[in-house]
Write a protein that binds this ligand. Structure first.
Ligand code: COA
Length: 330
């Protein structure tokens, strides 16, 4: 049966490294607090670059690794929570940046679950025979929408900027995506959100709204934490069942890098060994939203932690709330 598989991944993070110590100079926080609560040591912030700048660098690397030119891309799927423009989205912008006008492109606004939702669309596109080569871009510039005063410290310290580009291709071989399961629950929309520009307000962008902080990411950290540690294991088990794979046969679980404490709790609940079976690189990048899973996959591949034939699980949880998991044979 025709399946979709990940052929290549490219990644890019801005060169500007922001350590916890750097943040100490901008708000009332400490390296110790951030490490203990999140595992994060540093993150990258843009210095004048926009979302499609990061995306382009990642896409160029992925295309080169796949031995493809931009013209070989049949469809772009673009995931971000911070586009260059409010409208149009990053998908069409990437056809311009890659020099492939006319290529179909769609945008996904599923925050931290953007990679999982992107996989679900790419899987359907490829399995149906509609497209052979799909470029899934996940590119995030968070630092411009964070509040770096002490009032925003619970959120601002957690996020970082970064991008990944994943090329999915068709195969008839015994490899590729076995299952993708996704969920959402808008009852918790306000627990992690960026409100403005919003049609709740007319006009939807005023200085008064910005003064209220509506243009910044806000989060109810405890609610996110509580839901994440139950939803992650549940959806991973659901995706394993759908794929007919036993969790003991999984070589590596690559969860969205939200917070090391969440990853630890998920590893405990699934009775899987952290660092050996459950991957983490949050210390270097913070939470890069939809880019975090493919960036982690990229590094796990570089470290030789994934080999052909391995059973790999990826999983996400984030704003919406949204969550999902996928099981694949590498
Ligand atoms: N530096 C120092 N102190 C901080 C701080 C910071 N960056 N952020 C918050 N604090 C303070 C709080 O003001 C509070 O002070 P108080 O006790 O005087 O009121 C204290 O630390 C504890 O705050 P609390 O919110 O209870 O901390 P917590 O243990 O719940 O940890 C999070 C906060 C955000 C780290 C935690 O809730 C979390 O990890 N949530 C999930 C976040 C996440 O992963 N989001 C992305 C999902 S995709």
């Amino acid at each position: 049966m025709r399946k979709a598989y990940i052929d290549a991944i490219g990644m890019y993070v801005p060169s500007n490294v922001v350590t916890n110590k750097d943040l100490e100079g901008r708000m009332d926080t400490s390296d110790e607090w951030i490490r203990e609560r999140s595992g994060i040591e540093e993150r990258h912030h843009v210095d004048g670059e926009c979302t499609t700048d990061l995306a382009l660098k990642a896409a160029e690397e992925a295309l080169e690794k796949a031995g493809m030119t931009p013209e070989d891309v049949d469809h772009i799927i673009f995931s971000t929570m911070a586009n260059d423009y409010f409208v149009p989205g990053g998908g069409p912008m990437m056809t311009r940046r890659l020099g492939i006008p006319g290529t179909p492109a769609l945008d996904i606004r599923m925050a931290c679950s953007g990679f999982l939702y992107g996989l679900s669309v790419a899987k359907a596109f490829i399995e149906s025979g509609a497209y052979d080569n799909v470029l899934l871009i996940t590119s995030e510039v968070q630092s411009v929408a964070l509040d770096f005063s002490t009032a925003g410290r619970d959120t601002a310290v957690l996020f970082g900027d970064g991008a990944a580009a994943t090329i999915l291709k068709a195969t008839d071989e015994d490899r590729g995506l076995l299952s993708v399961k996704t969920h959402s629950d808008g009852r918790y929309a306000e627990d992690l959100m960026l409100r403005t520009p919003s049609t709740l307000d007319n006009p939807f962008l005023t200085n008064e709204l910005l003064d209220k902080g509506y243009g910044r990411v806000v989060m109810n950290g405890r609610s996110v934490f509580k839901h994440a540690i139950t939803k992650f294991p549940a959806v991973i088990n659901e995706a394993l069942d759908a794929a007919g794979v036993n969790k003991r046969d999984v070589k590596l679980v690559v969860p969205h890098q939200a917070n090391l404490r969440i990853t630890e709790a998920v590893a405990n609940r699934l009775d899987l060994e952290l660092h050996k079976v459950v991957y983490s690189n949050i210390q270097k990048y913070g939470n890069t939203t939809s880019a975090s899973i493919p960036i982690a996959l990229y590094e796990a591949l570089q470290e030789g932690r994934i080999e052909p034939g391995d059973k790999i699980v990826v999983a996400s949880f984030g704003a919406g709330f949204t969550w999902g998991a996928s099981v694949m044979t590498w």
